[in-house]
Design a protein around this ligand. Structure first.
Ligand code: NAP
Length: 264
């Protein structure tokens, strides 16, 4: 029987999830649909209690990642710790949630870093994506420093997972980081960077979660300084591949979703 999947969020028009998963259905000849459904926060409960009956799984994006757990029968340990669910799936007669952003961020970093142990990492931003990344970095044994415009959010991550808070970027000038990650939305559709260009040095690994555009000012300036850069599509694809594995119990070659990312 044909299975239905959807990504829910508000707004949702920008989502690449349908095109990534549809490419997987074609490649592995899976009879399924994947749509984008706009669900406003005040309609989430109704959606989960009535409309969800027609779906085998959901990808979940802003603003529902922190609240959808209320309507599930269980949430994985990793999603509980991060405090966000981005994947809903069925197991027997239960509706469960987990978080694949963490795996996605880790796999993206692994394209340039083979071992995170003792790597010094500067993380810019302390929103939901940062929580998933910091969780993954600390599990991998990295030393993490977090800078965020709103310091309380950085302090909350450090309280929950570990690492240290940087209260002032200027105080870090001249300090060496093996890896620098942008998890803020600075650079999204704008030629702006969250970090002065002189923070970048040759051979450093620099990762930007922003994927619209792929070549952000942050990565462009890192490239110019001789750093090795990782674009935001990598995390998006790897977190979607993990969702695919959870829903269909099959592995899909990353190249299939990578190619689909560039459609449209
Ligand atoms: P979020 O929870 O809303 O967090 C946004 C973060 O950006 C916060 O740290 C916020 O700082 C910071 N920020 C926003 N505007 C800023 C500004 N003008 N100056 C300085 N800091 C600013 O969002 P999120 O879910 O973590 O997502 C963050 C980014 O990651 C987005 O661009 C999103 O598209 C991207 N992302 C990519 C992937 C992927 O697969 N590639 C996955 C998830 C997210 P304050 O706390 O001070 O407001």
């Amino acid at each position: 029987m044909k299975k239905n999947y959807a990504v829910i969020g508000d707004p949702i028009d920008h989502s690449k999830s349908p095109v990534l998963h549809q490419a997987g259905f074609v490649e592995l000849e899976i009879d399924a649909s994947f749509t984008a459904v706009a669900v406003r926060p005040e309609n989430l409960e109704t959606f989960m209690r009535t409309d969800f009956v027609g779906y085998s799984g959901l990808a979940v994006t802003l603003p529902h990642k922190e609240t959808i757990g209320h309507y599930l029968d269980g949430v994985s340990a990793v999603a509980q710790q991060i405090g966000a669910v981005n994947t809903v799936y069925r197991e027997a007669d239960r509706i469960l949630g987990t978080n694949t952003d963490c795996v996605g961020a880790l796999r993206a970093l692994e394209t340039e870093v083979s071992d995170l142990r003792d790597q010094s990492v500067l993380v810019l931003g302390a929103g939901g994506a940062s929580r998933a990344l910091v969780f993954a970095l600390l599990k991998g044994g990295a030393r993490v420093m977090i800078y965020n415009r709103t310091i309380e959010k950085a302090e909350k991550i450090v309280h929950d997972f570990g690492g240290t808070v940087c209260p002032d970027l200027e105080a870090l000038r001249g300090e060496h980081f093996d890896i620098i990650c942008n998890t803020t939305s600075v650079g999204l559709k704008k030629w702006e960077s969250p970090l002065p260009a002189d923070f970048f040095v040759p051979d450093q690994v620099v990762f930007d979660m922003v994927y619209d555009p792929l070549e952000t000012r942050f990565l462009s300036e890192a490239n110019a300084a001789g750093a090795r850069t990782i674009t935001g599509d990598k995390m998006l694809v790897y977190q979607a591949l993990e969702q695919f594995r959870i829903w269909h119990h099959r592995d899909l070659a990353p190249e299939v979703m990578e190619a689909a990312f560039f459609i449209i």
